[in-house]
Design a protein around this ligand. Structure first.
Ligand code: ME8
Length: 654
């Protein structure tokens, strides 16, 4: 029988910043799917990569004082860059594409020319609204409150000579694809696409730019670069060798079985992408799955809000498998999920440390203790064993159903139902009591074997999620190569009857929740602070004061004769000042947070004198010292306005 093929892709990421846990989510999901399909015996092609052109990258590179290519090279290939992150997360991609790779550039030029020669790309003038961060053109009717419907930011009027793709020509065929097939999943995304984008009328799509250079040049019209989304979407085919000589797997793997994409780019993948493929007369991918976002406190993660979560920090603290597991166990793939550190720690402690980890360590410890690590081969099954055996030996079927529908959370839920049942089975059978009675040794061995078998089956099916930990569990329970496989996962009794276990260290140590939370919260606070503007000055006053009023303000140079903290006040300093009048003046000022009294004595400051006296802590204050205030990284800073000591007391400031 011919081996089944499976081609899966992630979106290719913009290397405009370091990737965060939200980006990791989709790649981990795609990796679990790819591993699952390999486990079932498929010949898998798993592609990821980076989408490196466009205005945003050009602008960021300019800000950083480097070329766009140098800029993206650092984020893609540099330390803790995109490739490093996927290595860390144990991502098993078969290929990695960069859209700046020569073979891709040449292929996109050929694709653009083909659609042009066919008449599906034509030259016109673009007038419309452009969102620079999203690199998207919008019509007036698509804007939400006059802003970009994707990111909510300001759009600007844009007009340029440009090439257009006849998207409108394919509207009916795309609508049929969405409504009448299972191309786009989950189904809930279909209405949104049809009602918001297709029914209001699909305009032709602007597919070239002249306002910046960092893109693939249109080879027959210099000055134009290919719209970044056209360039990016075709990566799924050029990475297989479509219209290039770098690879030769296009016929083998295309069409893709599934593109995993985030919900905000479903529009590009379910409308524009199929329309362009139709134009190119290429087969369409079988599915596009639009997953939800990981949000923080209800909002999308973004560097400017300082609420991005760094996967490096989490992986280092809790382990890669724990992080992979958390992402797919906690959130349904199709909808948004609210990330929190508490949730992460709870999932690790409850599912991994308590349920799975304990099951493995209790079972292996008992086999070591009661049988010196090697089970005898005789068995004595009872009716009470049937439920566990049945549940475990039919698990693969239930799990498969969920995995085929990309329902990772449900697939894991099925496994954990069996793990829970196995833990209960230990309590029901009380092996420690059986061990006390020599005549119950065979029964004890049976209970142990049933537990090891259940663990083995669950571990096979956990392989796509926590591959490194599964290998450790297999080693601990003495699973032979043959019983670590998909075929072995629905065959009860695959484990050798006289199996030897090797209890090792705890695979998922319990996390000290309080300590870990404190550390993570401190890191996130620091991050939020770092995201605040470096310098912030008080808002400017719009209202004018008339000149005469201003002249009435009596600003003078004053010498600080003495300065002391006001009793029972954290903030107030009491200044005795020489204002040139011959009589001491007392002013209180709430600046103790910024200055120690001694450091100000003898200095020449500025005060406004003709304010009505004000009592503070029972002491009258006659005037006000002038300071400069601003915020630095959100923290208030104050500098008392000091003059050259040559300025005499009483000199008027005007
Ligand atoms: O969109 N939760 O690149 P990108 C879940 N280059 N997913 C998230 C997320 C979050 N908090 N934040 C981002 C692009 N993502 C294009 C793709 S494909 C031909 C071109 C997901 O780096 C987002 O939804 O901005 C998207 O699917 C992916 O990360 C890449 O986003």
């Amino acid at each position: 029988m011919e081996q089944k093929k499976f081609y899966i892709t992630t979106p290719i990421y913009y290397p405009s910043d370091k990737l965060h846990i939200g980006h990791t989510y989709c790649t981990v999901a795609a990796d679990a799917m790819a591993r699952y399909k390999r486990l079932t015996g498929c010949d898998v092609m798993f592609l990821t990569g980076t989408d490196e052109h466009g205005q945003k990258i050009e602008t960021k590179a300019k800000e950083a004082g480097v070329t766009p290519k140098e800029f993206v090279d650092k984020i893609v290939d540099g330390e803790k860059g995109v490739r490093d992150l996927w290595k860390l997360m144990n991502i098993s991609n078969d290929r990695f594409i960069r859209t700046t790779d020569d073979y891709h550039v040449e292929a996109v030029q050929k694709i653009f020319r083909k659609m042009y020669e066919k008449g599906d790309i034509y030259k016109g003038t673009y007038k419309g609204k452009y969102c620079t961060p999203c690199e998207s053109f919008w019509t007036e009717s698509q804007l939400v409150d006059g802003k970009c419907p994707d990111c909510g930011r300001e759009v600007k009027d844009a007009e340029e000579e440009a090439y257009f793709f006849r998207l409108s020509k394919y509207a009916d065929r795309v609508q049929h694809l969405l409504e009448d097939t299972d191309f786009l999943q989950p189904r809930t995304r279909v209405n949104e696409m049809v009602n918001n984008f297709i029914k209001p009328g699909l305009d032709d799509l602007c597919v070239s730019r002249t306002s910046f250079n960092w893109g693939i040049p249109v080879d027959f019209d210099p000055g134009h670069v290919v719209y970044v989304w056209v360039d990016a979407l075709f990566n799924y085919t050029t990475a297989l060798g479509f219209l290039n000589e770098k690879y030769h797997d296009y016929d083998k793997y295309w069409p893709a079985d599934v593109h995993f994409v985030g919900k905000e780019i479903v529009r590009f993948h379910s409308i524009i992408w199929p329309a362009m493929l139709m134009s190119m007369e290429m087969p369409l991918p079988k599915h596009v799955y639009g997953h939800g976002w990981l949000v923080m406190d209800g909002g999308k993660m973004s560097k400017s809000k300082g609420n991005v979560v760094d996967p490096y920090i989490l992986a280092e603290k809790f382990g890669v498998d724990a992080l992979r597991f958390f992402l797919l166990r906690t959130f349904p793939f199709g909808t948004d999920g609210n990330f929190s550190n508490e949730l992460l720690i709870n999932t690790i402690n409850i599912d991994l440390a308590n349920d799975l980890g304990n099951l493995v360590s209790r079972t292996t410890a008992m086999v070591e203790k009661y049988f010196d690590g090697k089970l005898p081969t005789e068995r004595e099954d009872t009716d009470g064993d049937c439920e566990l055996k049945k549940l475990a030996s039919t698990l693969r079927e239930r799990y498969e159903k969920q995995m085929e529908a990309f329902q990772f959370q449900n697939g894991l839920e099925e496994i954990f139902k069996v793990i829970d049942r196995a833990n209960k089975y230990i309590d029901e059978n009380t092996p420690w009591a059986l061990a006390k009675d020599e005549s119950k040794k065979v029964r004890l061995a049976t209970v142990m074997y049933n537990l090891l078998e259940t663990i083995r089956i669950c571990t096979v099916l956990l392989l796509p999620f926590i591959p490194q930990s599964c290998e450790k569990i297999f080693d601990q329970i003495g699973a032979c190569e043959g019983c670590r496989t998909w075929d072995g996962a629905d065959k009860w009794g695959s484990l050798c009857a006289d199996v030897s276990v090797h209890k090792g260290e705890a695979i998922f140590p319990r996390v000290d929740a309080e300590k870990a939370l404190e550390e993570l919260n401190a890191i996130q606070e620091a991050q939020k602070k770092a995201a605040l503007p470096a310098l912030e000055v008080e808002p400017y006053v719009e209202e004018n004061v008339d000149f005469d009023t201003f002249l009435k303000s009596d600003f003078r140079a004053v010498k600080i004769k003495s300065c002391e903290a006001v009793k029972k006040s954290d903030k107030l300093l009491k200044f005795v000042l020489d204002d040139g009048s011959g009589t001491d003046r007392v002013i209180l000022s709430g600046i103790h947070k910024y200055y120690e009294p001694e450091e100000l004595v003898g200095k020449t400051a500025v005060a406004i004198l003709n304010l009505p006296p004000r009592k503070m802590m029972g002491i009258p204050s006659c005037g006000m010292l002038i300071s400069a205030v601003h915020k630095e990284k959100g923290e208030e800073k104050l500098h008392l306005l000091l003059l050259d000591d040559a300025v005499p007391a009483g000199a008027k400031l005007c």
